[in-house]
Design a protein around this ligand. Structure first.
Ligand code: DC
Length: 295
């Protein structure tokens, strides 16, 4: 399952996407950070992105590694702390306007998500990178609230520096104008995107609105087979019964097993009669067979 979150800066894309990915136990990809990493690389190597021949050669030398704890490594150097600096923000917007660069990074982004589920955030993700995504979200917010969020973020990341809110607001506006009006894959909402205005919403409210859009998981063949066998065993040997089904409601829900027995989670799954996304401790997901069944 791929969930895309598009929208301009400061709408809460990253926080929302990260929380959603962790709640659903699926991967998270920040494509803006990929553009930022490339901007850092071009700056470091003194490459002019307008010089396509030189830029294309540089792209072949661009090797990005994203670690599990979200560090960005380029040419063996951890550049995570550089990525949010103003000059990188501006240059990332500049490099992102070149079609040959977008084409190359699109391949990298698709490669990152091949054969896995995830939440991908950016500015052309639902429209160009994953047009067939299962759920497409577009976040918006007023310019003032976006600038306020970015201001807080910067103050948190660089506590010893002063930032002017007005300055941030102006730069944000300029960058969003550039990203929305560029010829190649501009930031845009398409008719199949679900728009959420986050100006007056809490993170939890945004998450709930997105969770409501997630289609129910269809039982896969292997899952259904194990389900039927387990159902038979529990029914015959443990007199398995389900009470209180009338309290279930349509839409997303968190079903919590009490753990009075090791069988609780299994029986909870059997009671639901649909494929659930399982949240459990990390070590369970390290067993490949079990992980493929419960993920
Ligand atoms: O989301 P962000 O501020 O980290 O993105 C940095 C820049 O990268 C942004 O100005 C535009 C560009 N970008 C893009 O063009 N397409 C994406 N999918 C993500 C980011």
């Amino acid at each position: 399952m791929i969930i895309t979150i598009d929208g301009p800066s400061g709408t809460g894309k990253s926080t929302t996407a990260k929380r959603l990915a962790s709640a659903l136990q699926i991967a998270y990809l920040d494509t803006g950070a990929i553009y930022r990493s490339l901007a850092w690389f071009f700056l470091e190597e003194k490459i002019d992105p307008a010089n396509e021949a030189e830029g294309k050669k540089a792209l072949k030398r661009f090797h990005l590694e994203i670690t599990e704890d979200e560090n960005y490594i380029v040419s063996g150097k951890n550049i995570t702390k550089e990525l949010r600096k103003e000059k990188i923000s501006t240059l990332s917007s500049t490099v992102s306007a070149f079609p040959y660069i977008r084409k190359h990074l699109r391949k990298i982004q698709r490669g990152c998500m091949s054969k896995r589920s995830g939440v991908v955030e950016g500015r052309d993700i639902g429209s160009a990178v994953f047009p067939k995504a299962d759920v497409k979200i577009f976040l918006t917010a007023s310019l003032a609230s976006r600038a306020k969020r970015r201001h807080l973020q910067l103050k948190e990341q660089f506590p010893d520096q002063d930032f002017s809110l007005k300055d941030i607001e102006e730069k944000l506006d300029q960058r969003d104008q550039a990203d929305s009006t560029r010829a190649s894959c501009p930031l845009k909402k398409t008719s199949d995107m679900y728009v959420i205005d986050t100006t007056n919403l809490s993170l939890e409210e945004v998450l709930i609105a997105i969770l409501h859009r997630i289609p129910r998981k269809k039982m896969r063949f292997f899952y259904r087979m194990i389900f039927q066998i387990a159902w038979g065993i529990f029914r015959c040997f443990y007199r398995f019964r389900v009470y209180g089904k009338q309290h279930l409601f349509a839409g997303p829900a968190l079903v919590i097993a009490n753990h009075t027995s090791y069988f609780d989670p299994h029986m909870t799954v059997l009671a639901m009669k649909e494929e659930l996304h399982i949240l459990a401790r990390n070590t369970l997901f390290r067993q490949k067979l079990l992980a493929s069944l419960i993920l």
